[in-house]
Design a protein around this ligand. Structure first.
Ligand code: GLN
Length: 201
């Protein structure tokens, strides 16, 4: 372990984790993959929950015995950057479904919320504390509502239609940053820098 570098664990059981690793390494973090329980023996300054398929990730987390130890670390304040499926894992409630996963983020999220046609789109929009960032949505969820203590970081309308309503697509609750979109799929690194700022404290 190198002194002074934040140690970031990236959940790597399914989905788009490689892209997060590449960006975090380019920003000077020490990155390792979390695939099994013994990967949690290492010191962690921050955790990335990548996009992918939340139902698959939720099942694998439980099957691998990672679920409860990770839930506890998040609940106890470990900085987390969750994108898309990762945000679904964090939400306290998934609209229209009875199951939840970590449920550490007081918010209601809706999966595949833009419908079939609008599920995937690209736009650029303001994220509080970060600035204007590219936002790539892939069969994306959005937040239907958030708890009082949750800070809304970004509201975005899907660019495909002119009268599309603005939806909550980025939030922060204490140690948890959750995004509907995929910041790791563009060259902009400002969201990851914001996250590393939390992990370095
Ligand atoms: N639609 C996926 C889900 O429900 C999320 C998509 C993504 O992570 N890009 O889990």
């Amino acid at each position: 372990m190198e002194i002074g570098k934040p140690q970031i664990g990236v959940l790597a059981v399914q989905g788009a984790f490689i892209e997060h690793e590449r960006i975090l390494k380019s920003l000077g973090a020490e990155v390792f993959e979390i695939r099994q329980l013994r990967d949690l023996d290492r010191h962690l300054d921050g955790l990335v929950l990548p996009g992918g398929e939340s139902t698959v990730q939720g099942k694998l987390l439980r099957d691998l015995g990672l679920f409860e130890p990770l839930r506890k670390k998040i609940a106890e304040g470990l900085p987390v950057l969750a994108t898309c499926a990762g945000a679904i894992l964090l939400a306290e409630k998934i609209a229209g479904e009875s199951r939840t996963h970590f449920a550490t983020l007081p918010a209601i999220i809706r999966r595949n919320a833009y419908g079939r046609q609008l599920g995937s789109f690209f736009t650029e929009n303001e994220v509080a504390h970060v600035g204007i960032v590219p936002q790539t949505f892939i069969r994306a969820p959005f937040f239907e509502s958030v708890g009082n203590e949750v800070e809304v970081l970004s509201r975005t309308a899907s660019s495909n239609t002119t009268d599309a309503p603005e939806r909550i697509v980025a939030v922060r609750f204490r140690n948890q940053i959750a995004l509907s979109f995929h910041p790791e799929l563009n060259s902009d690194t400002s969201i990851h820098r914001y996250f590393l700022g939390l992990a370095e404290r």
